[in-house]
Design a protein around this ligand. Sequence first.
Ligand SMILES: Nc1ncnc2c1ncn2[C@@H]1O[C@H](COP(=O)(O)OP(=O)(O)OP(=O)(O)O)[C@@H](O)[C@H]1O
Length: 309
Amino acid sequence: MEDILYSLEVNDLRKTIGKRQIINGLSFQVRKGEVFGFLGPNGAGKTTTIRMIVGLTTPTGGTISVLGMNLATERAEAMKKMGAIVENPELYPFLSGLDNLKQYARMQQGITTEDIRRVVKLVGLEHRIKDKVKKYSLGMRQRLGLAQALLHRPELLILDEPTNGLDPAGIREIRNYIRRLAEEEGMSVIVSSHLLAEMELMCDRFGIIKDGQMIRIEDVQTIDTANDRVVHQFDLHPVDQAVKYLNDRQLDFDVQDKLITMTCRPSEVPGLIRELVKRDIDIYSVTKSKQSLEDRFLELTAEGGTDIA
Ligand SMILES: Nc1ncnc2c1ncn2[C@@H]1O[C@H](COP(=O)(O)OP(=O)(O)OP(=O)(O)O)[C@@H](O)[C@H]1O
């Protein structure tokens, strides 16, 4: 049998609502066992794409394959391989977490007590599973929703903004569970977010979506920022002299609290330091902002932004 490399393949996906083309020829693949992020500004089309993948809305054109099965022609089989939390998970607050899972299990076929025990452990709710859901924190509810989505042992898990509304501790928990599912269970996970730092910590790769198109796919391990323009902060003395030099070179910079901030490529920094030192300017430190990925994202998604070919 031919080996299937991808859990999900989306090809030339399109969606028109009314006269508006919302998704515009979107293509990407999700590998087996990876966490793939869907990153984009508000209104980029993340939710619409996810709704098509989970079968909540029908594409106007293009194809979606789940583990090699075409969603349009082998829908029932493809759906069995998928678990999702797209809108808020449906939970009954007056039932315990366990009873919620039992209730959910009844609506599906072939779910055993062992399956329930397994998902409770997977999301770390063993000690609170008999408590009523109304007593759960938002993070715990989210984890119970995750447990529901995992009950039928999906191979592809789809989570729309899974960390939305959670506090930092809750975000970290969900992130850890998502990573565990990929690393220990070999599951493929798609998460959408507009939080960049989140994507870097949670994903193996992420795609940047803008105006209903995938404009770039990044591999988190190999993000190459060497040639990206990054914000650098120079602590130096005397500032006036440095300001004069930078003005003479017609460089763009800001001065705040005696610190000079400028956006440049990391490769340009050594030359700049040499020139400043030649002018008897003492450099105490140069700090590179950690926001480079965010800068790049904003640049890529800005109206009329940089050419990303
Ligand atoms: N049912 C609909 N009717 C008309 N327009 C829609 C409909 N659903 C989505 N849109 C529009 O499609 C575009 C993409 O929306 P979508 O919700 O997919 O974006 P998103 O990337 O998920 O954004 P957000 O981060 O804000 O959720 C938006 O401009 C939205 O207004």
